[in-house]
Design a protein around this ligand. Structure first.
Ligand code: GLV
Ligand code: MN
Ligand code: MN
Length: 418
């Protein structure tokens, strides 16, 4: 505690350096509209990892990877037997994603590590910054693959044969990404971890509206995802009478309408999204024979999540209009609460730095969800402009971004000296 008050790591967090590194990272996969498209295990993802390696080399931090491609940057501790404290997030993005979702937690985690290093403090425990593989789940479903495998909730075997929308498997994409850094030392996913804090932009409007710089995240709402497949019958658009058709798209539209009614919520707490819709064969003059769409359904309350979640399949079947419907659930994450011990540290460090803060629940999903199985876990949110995220316009101020990392650096140091 003494060494922390004398040479506080937060004093070494460099706002300009953090901003430069975030903007440098955002150039990898930059889109014409100012956003980022850096799909999991893509060439852009590989380039982002190489950038992390370059930065780590400057400080003498070691870099390793595991069987699912999680990337770990480690600063050693003084006790060789002590379990690490971890921080991090993800470098993959949505197809039309922003500069900060995920990248902030990785690049900011790295800035925290650099600041701790420059403060001269030797922590008892090692501190690791991790870039988790495929958090978004936009290329390979489901997401949070890296943290799910690290936590032991998923097995690597269950992910390797998952295909992206072009038929490329995780196995093939991993092989390609490993080939870009063939000398990177390997470590197995998993192991004992003593604490985890993830920094992230809020992705919602609350902090900005209330002029709070730091969100002390209390937990993550429950999240589920389903894939619905509707099989009808292809037919000639000019000849097949409407009455005889089994039009998979019309069935899908009716189903989505019925689901919309099922999910109607006057309190506006339910989050229900159909974000991907594939129509096959996708020809203007063939009656669609097959449709696949995704359902992302979230709620903070477990009972509601269960009640509405179990009504999805019967609702789909009841509105199939003569087509065959199958519903497969691919994500089933209960609401999770973060550790009081970690929240207390984040709150106290924010107060010490005179940063306005408030407790806040996360509507978005994060790798931290999986870490709660392993160790005391928490998250730090900073405001983002208008609450906009999963959008190329995502934006946050350099000052707020740096403030979050100052809290992170001090909190990690405290945890790593316990
Ligand atoms: C990740 O961004 C999620 O909440 O789905
Ligand atoms: Mn994210
Ligand atoms: Mn995201």
């Amino acid at each position: 505690m003494d060494s922390i008050s004398q040479n506080t790591p937060s004093n070494h967090v460099d706002t300009a350096r953090l901003g430069d590194r975030l903007m440098g990272m955002a150039q990898i996969g930059a889109t014409p509209n100012g956003g980022v498209n850096r799909q999991a295990l893509s060439a852009e993802d590989a380039a982002a990892r190489l950038k992390m390696m370059e930065w780590a080399a400057v400080y003498g931090f070691s870099v390793t990877t595991d069987e699912i491609g999680n990337l770990y940057v480690r600063r050693v501790g003084t006790d060789p037997n002590a379990a690490p404290i971890m921080t991090g997030s993800h470098l993959d993005s949505q197809p039309t994603g922003g500069k900060f979702d995920g990248a902030y937690g990785v690049v900011g985690g790295f800035e925290a590590l650099a600041a701790i290093h420059e403060s001269g403090i030797q922590t008892k425990r090692p501190i690791e910054v991790v870039a988790w593989t495929n958090e978004e789940g936009s290329r390979f479903q489901p997401g949070c693959a890296g943290s799910a495998i690290f936590s032991g909730k998923d097995r690597i075997e269950d992910h390797l044969d998952i295909k992206d929308w072009d038929g490329v498997t995780v196995r093939e994409a991993l092989k390609a990404i490993f080939a870009t850094a063939p000398d990177m030392p390997y470590r197995a996913a998993g192991g004992t971890v003593d604490g985890y804090i993830e920094a992230h932009i809020e992705q919602g409007p609350v902090l900005e509206a209330e002029a709070k710089t730091i969100g002390v995240v209390t937990g993550i709402q429950g999240a589920t995802r389903f894939v619905v497949e509707i099989v009808g019958e292809e037919a000639h658009a000019g000849t097949a009478p409407l009455k005889l058709r089994k039009d998979a798209l019309k069935s899908a539209c009716t189903i989505v309408g019925a689901l919309e009614e099922l999910m109607a919520d006057p309190t506006d707490t339910v989050r229900f999204t159909v974000g991907r819709f594939d129509v096959m064969p996708g020809s203007p003059n063939t009656v669609p024979g097959r449709v696949q769409f995704t359902i992302d359904f979230r709620h903070p309350d477990m009972d509601t999540l269960k009640r509405l979640g179990t009504a999805i399949q019967p609702t789909c079947e009841a509105n199939a209009r003569g087509c065959h419907v199958s519903v497969t659930q691919i994500v089933d994450n209960a609401p999770v609460a973060f550790a009081d011990s970690v929240m207390d540290i984040i709150r106290a460090e924010s107060d010490t730095l005179s940063l306005p803060n408030r407790d806040i629940a996360s509507g978005a999903g994060h790798d931290a969800w999986y870490m709660t199985d392993l160790c005391p876990t928490g998250m730090i949110f900073v405001p983002c402009k208008g609450g906009v995220s999963h959008n190329e316009a995502e934006s946050a101020t350099p000052e707020d971004l740096a403030a979050g990392i100052r809290v992170l650096a001090n909190s990690l140091t405290l945890l790593a000296n316990r």
